[in-house]
Design a protein around this ligand. Structure first.
Ligand code: TGC
Ligand code: FAD
Length: 398
């Protein structure tokens, strides 16, 4: 079959491989709605929010109004959107800011998913509808000061007392912790089980101080969770899971969103760099006319399109039910690393303007340093893929 002979100048730089044609009408409609929201509601102010270290509560409510919290889950009044539609939503949100995507990821893929997958019928009916509507904000507490990559080393402890549970310990780096109405807290029991508990804001002994001085993910609340003899009733425990498989299953969901989200951050930086290169005159010519700049732009286009294809393929696999955690690890490690490279290269094209919040590039670049680390570090995903390839566990334990 003949290849098309259109001149390269007719290609859309922002959809070079025409990936748009691989989406159906519903996916495109959801994508366009979120893209418009980001353009109108996030982009004009997100630089200021980043500078101030806030994500306004009303923005969180607007995300809920759009129906994005738990959008890919079914039942209990949830939309049951496809995985690809959810992924595209994450992509467009992260083209705005990783913190905005994180708000949706943590609410829907971590806190709501934990209840949806491992909760009792009563817990699902009580919590999921108000969480979808944004009336109840959730967080997900797995990481501890001394147990991040290795959550099996957690020290947070749950002791049975009559029909109650008493929790002691601390969680670290918890997105939305300070603003959450309910925290999903993972703890080890006397029997060596790992259990999830729903801890409501205001429970005596429970506090969630905000972590300050971050230089990344600043338009997102990050917190500690402190639990000192926190007593919760027996029905606050998620009954469906008693091992690490419970929390790790939730991570698959959030990591999936990051596979797409990273493409959004990369695309935003590529778009900015391309526009800037065409306008910026140095040595009498736009810098887009120099080979070195064109090489950077071509590499960026390659990465944005490669990562977009990987994300879409992984999304289709998830919708077909063939996606495995190892696939998600491969997607997360490749797409986040690639996005960071795109953003760093874009930053060089912007010269001095590359380091100011007047442009989105350094904000995305700094955010991606967190994305590289959270939801499993680049190294952890490398070892997951390495184990899948060789059958050898190189984590140091197991
Ligand atoms: P291991 O012995 O391999 O496994 C224990 C049990 O879990 C099962 N399993 C999984 N199940 C579902 N999905 C996965 N991805 C799974 N990985 C393992 C496994 O089959 C086993 O099940 P069972 O039934 O036999 O008990 O566990 P390990 O302790 O050796 O750990 C493996 C490792 C290192 C891959 C895992 O611990 C890991 O992923 N570590 C990274 C931790 C991490 O990613 N934390 C993220 C915290 S949340 C966050 O960062 C939110 S950021 C905000 C945002 O998302 O926007
Ligand atoms: P460590 O585990 O101490 O790792 C330090 C370094 O050692 C890393 O480079 C790591 O890759 C490397 N390393 C570890 N093991 C190995 C090995 N076997 N071989 C080679 N290298 C290794 N957690 C939550 O539970 N909920 C949240 O909502 C949440 N939100 C977050 C938001 C932000 C902004 C950030 C920064 C983090 C968040 N986290 C959250 C925590 C995040 O998941 C952890 O930071 C991450 O899992 C890494 O854990 P750690 O920071 O303890 O690093």
């Amino acid at each position: 079959m003949a290849t098309t002979t259109q001149a390269p100048t007719q290609l859309d730089p922002l959809d070079f491989l025409a990936l748009d044609a691989l989406l159906d009408d519903e996916e495109r409609a959801i994508r366009d709605t979120v893209r418009r929201f980001v353009r109108e509601r996030i982009l004009p102010d997100v630089g200021d929010w980043f500078e101030q270290g806030i994500l306004p509560r009303e923005v969180v409510q607007e995300l809920a109004k759009l129906g994005l919290f738990g959008m890919h889950l079914e039942g209990y009044g949830l939309p049951g959107a496809s995985s690809v539609a959810y992924g595209l939503t994450c992509l467009e949100l992260e083209a705005g800011d990783s913190g905005v995507r994180s708000a949706v990821s943590v609410q829907g893929s971590l806190a709501m998913f934990a209840i949806w997958r491992w909760g009792s019928e009563e817990q699902k009916e009580r919590w999921l509808p108000p969480m979808h509507r944004g009336e109840t904000i959730g967080c997900f507490g797995l990481t501890e000061p001394d147990a991040g990559s290795d959550p099996g080393a957690m020290r947070t402890h749950a002791r049975r007392e009559g029909s109650d549970w008493v929790l002691n310990g601390a969680k670290m780096w918890i997105t939305n912790g300070t603003i959450a109405d309910v925290a999903v807290v993972w703890a080890q029991t006397d029997d060596g089980e790992i259990r999830g508990f729903l801890v409501e804001k205001g429970t005596p002994g429970f506090s969630a101080p905000e972590i300050h001085k971050k230089l990344s993910l600043r338009a997102s609340v990050t917190s500690e969770l402190v639990l000192q003899d926190v007593r919760v009733p027996g029905d606050a425990m998620l009954p469906g899971s008693s091992t690490l498989r419970g929390p790790l299953s939730c991570l698959n969901e959030a990591r999936f969103g990051i596979v797409f989200g990273a493409v959004g951050a990369a695309r935003a930086c590529f778009e900015e760099a391309l526009a800037y290169a065409r306008e910026r005159i140095v040595f009498g010519k736009p810098i887009s006319a120099y080979q070195l700049t064109q090489q950077k732009l071509a590499e960026m286009a390659l990465e944005v399109n490669r990562a977009g294809l990987v994300a879409l393929h992984i999304g289709r696999m998830k919708d077909e039910g063939t996606l495995r955690p190892e696939h998600v690890s491969l997607g997360k490690m490749g797409n986040v690393r690639g996005a960071l490279e795109v953003c760093r290269s874009a930053r060089t094209i912007l010269g001095g303007n590359g380091i100011t919040l007047e442009y989105p590039v350094i904000r995305h670049m700094n955010n991606l340093e967190s994305v590289l680390t959270y939801e499993g570090t680049h190294e952890v995903h490398t070892l997951v893929v390495g184990q899948a390839l060789t059958g050898e566990n190189a984590f140091g334990r197991g």
